[in-house]
Design a protein around this ligand. Structure first.
Ligand SMILES: [Zn+2]
Ligand SMILES: [Zn+2]
Length: 328
């Protein structure tokens, strides 16, 4: 099968011919129909996430069709459409797994990081961490739901009941979260790089009541904020924009260093927190909710062999919505 492979961080992915993977007991073999490109893939490729299996096939927003099931799999049948997300394995025994926080599992393994992912024609996955994909979504429309959607949804939940919600960085995750937030009756304030008129217009199209540059003060005090852009200086910026008791959620896996800031902008019981990974419960809840909103995803399609181009467009902010790779 064809796959785009990272051999060493900091290098380009290479198109390679790999042997077809075999589903072991408990696994499914999936023919990849679409795989969305996540900012986390960039952090893996650029070496900011330091524990990849190498070589690795990136990609953890996979929509595909089950072509074979390993021994003991009764969750899926051949021909069924499934989604494969970032969380690929947990131990089931550590204190985090035992307390409903499998996203923090000490021995967790992740798709496209420690487990070969979806930048390929086929992938194998532990069936317990895969999900049926219902609804009238085309494959490429469903793919961004698997991480931008799931982790965006977890971030939104962590922002509590904030009615006036700031979103910093208006890419794939934000464009999904904005729709869910609006559906829940919240008001979205979108923050982008200064001068990114296209992203600000995109946010307004998706119902943001205000869109401006990250350095700007919003017209009203916010009740909470989510930061998707990997930029540490947005933490103090968001703290300055939220009211007393408000939560600032960092939704990404990597961020540049956070500059020091005066205690008074945290004072007043403001909270800064991160969101790490996802639980299977997040996935079940969000995948059931998405068709009801209904969440619509904006995608730009790339052939599998152009994964480097898709990553570069994400790196430089030249995408509307999510990039999605289409094999074959
Ligand atoms: Zn565990
Ligand atoms: Zn992701």
């Amino acid at each position: 099968m064809k796959a785009m492979v990272l051999e060493r961080p900091g290098e380009q992915l290479r198109l390679m011919e790999l042997p077809m993977p075999e589903p072991a007991a408990g696994q499914i073999l999936v023919k990849v129909r679409a795989c969305a490109v996540c900012r986390t893939d960039l952090h893996v490729v650029d070496g900011e996430l330091t524990e990849p299996k190498l070589p690795i096939v990136p990609g953890h927003e996979i929509i595909g069709e089950v072509v074979r099931t390993g021994r003991g799999v009764d969750r899926f049948r051949e021909g069924e459409r499934v989604g494969i997300p970032w969380l690929g394995y947990t131990c089931g025994r550590c204190r985090y797994c035992a307390s409903g926080a499998e996203n923090l599992c000490d021995a967790a393994r992740f798709t496209g990081y420690q487990i070969d992912g979806g930048y390929a024609e086929y992938a194998v996955a532990d069936a317990r961490y895969c999900f049926p994909i219902h609804g009238d979504y085309a494959d490429h429309e469903a793919a961004p739901l698997l991480c931008a959607g799931l982790i965006g949804y977890r971030s939104l939940r962590m922002a509590g009941d904030a009615e006036r919600l700031g979103i910093y960085g208006f890419g794939a995750a934000a464009h999904i979260v904005a729709q869910v937030a609006r559906h829940q009756g919240r008001k979205v304030y979108a923050f982008t790089r200064a001068g990114d008129d296209a992203a600000q217009a995109f946010a307004r199209e998706l119902g943001a009541v205000w869109a401006g540059a990250s350095e700007e003060s919003p017209p009203e005090e916010l009740d909470g904020a989510i930061i998707f852009a990997p930029v540490g200086s947005l933490i103090p910026a968001a703290l300055r924009a939220v009211r007393k008791g408000g939560v600032v959620v960092a939704g990404g896996i990597h961020m540049s260093d956070i500059p020091s800031f005066p205690y008074r902008i945290l004072w007043g019981e403001r909270v800064v927190r991160s969101v790490a990974n996802l639980t299977r419960r997040d996935a079940e809840e969000f995948l059931a909710l998405a068709p009801k909103v209904p969440v619509r995803t904006e995608t730009e399609l790339f052939p599998l062999a152009e994964a480097n181009e898709a990553l570069d467009r994400l790196r430089t902010g030249r995408l509307r919505g999510a990039a999605v790779l289409i094999p074959g």
